[in-house]
Design a protein around this ligand. Structure first.
Ligand code: SAM
Ligand code: GLN
Length: 291
């Protein structure tokens, strides 16, 4: 790409899109527009409007755009370049050392939020086990403001990102703890209405296809034993101690793991285990109730 001026935004986007598509990025147009939005400090809609009105780039803007396109072409996650990941109505800060929240996890958050909002308590308690950037916990705390939420994360790096997001986005109903979900929440035993988790669930031998996941998401966020279900086995038992009677567990898992997750939960004593398809008809969330 040339930086000789005048370069139109339209031409920069076209050549940036080509570079990204050649690097194997599926949504190259979307990523190029979002990267232009980041460099120009505009919304994506404003970038599209500026294309129509023939906006030109200054040499500095063109050079900055070239640089972010080159990083994205190396398959650095878009969200690490912009520093932001959208999650429901929130924008979370993310970067190296923390799992980038995924759109499919918004569905798990919806189940958790609906269950929390329906609890017949003036101040129901929810927990988020392995909170990463804080995505699920923050969605629950901001969308069910009368609830109290406790989130736990073991990785020091991820915990730092979560702490930034909690400080930016909540005003007192979310407590973040640094430690393992195995034992960091024992004081809450028998009091939790909603146990939510998107734990690691990738089988140890399954190598994620996308370099963004394989090279940039932390290993401890992804892998969980031979069948990928080790953390879910732990969370089922831990959750049973935490939840009160009538409390709900809400777990994300891989699309082929629904049956295995229901078996684990049912064998441990959870009732009414049910797996729910996402918008693309894949089984990604299982819920169950504590008797
Ligand atoms: N909940 C976040 C989300 O949905 O974006 C992060 C999900 S990521 C797949 C799983 C997270 O669990 C990682 O941040 C990982 O560090 C954390 N984790 C794994 N084992 C843990 C444990 N024993 N205790 C606390 N956190 C743990
Ligand atoms: N869905 C993630 C992926 O893209 C895996 C997340 C997890 O293990 N919780 O690989």
């Amino acid at each position: 790409m040339t930086t000789d001026s005048p370069l139109t935004l339209r031409a920069a986007l076209e050549s940036g899109t080509t570079v990204l598509a050649e690097a194997g990025i599926l949504d190259a147009v979307v990523d190029a527009e979002l990267l232009a939005a980041h460099v120009l400090d505009l919304s994506r809609g404003a970038v599209q409007a500026a294309v129509v009105t023939g906006r030109e780039l200054t040499p500095d803007e063109a050079a900055a755009f070239d640089e972010v396109i080159a990083r994205r072409a190396e398959r650095v996650p878009l969200q690490h370049i912009t520093g932001l990941a959208p999650f429901r109505h929130l924008e979370l800060t993310v970067g190296p050392g923390v799992f980038v929240p995924r759109p499919e996890t918004e569905i798990l958050a919806q189940f958790a939020i609906d269950a929390l909002a329906a609890m017949p308590s003036p101040r129901p308690l929810a927990v988020d086990l392995g909170t990463g950037s804080g995505a699920i916990a923050l969605a629950m705390a901001t969308e069910v403001p009368h609830a109290r939420v406790v989130a736990v994360e073991r990785s020091a790096d991820a915990h730092r990102w979560a702490a930034r997001n909690v400080a930016r986005l909540t005003d007192g109903n979310l407590e973040l703890r640094h430690g393992s979900f195995v034992d960091a929440l024992e004081d809450l035993a028998g009091t939790v209405s909603v146990v939510a988790s998107n734990p690691p669930y990738v089988p140890a031998g399954a190598i994620p296809r996308d370099p963004e996941v394989r090279l940039h998401d932390p290993r401890e966020a992804l892998y969980s034993g031979e069948d990928g279900l080790d953390d879910i086995r732990t969370i089922s038992r831990v959750g049973l101690r935490l939840a009160h009677s009538g409390g709900m567990i809400v777990l994300e898992h891989g699309e082929w793991q629904g049956e295995g997750v229901r078996e684990i939960l049912t064998a441990d004593g959870w009732q009414a285990a049910a797996t729910h398809p996402d918008l693309t008809h894949r089984d990604r969330v299982t819920t169950a109730l504590r008797p």
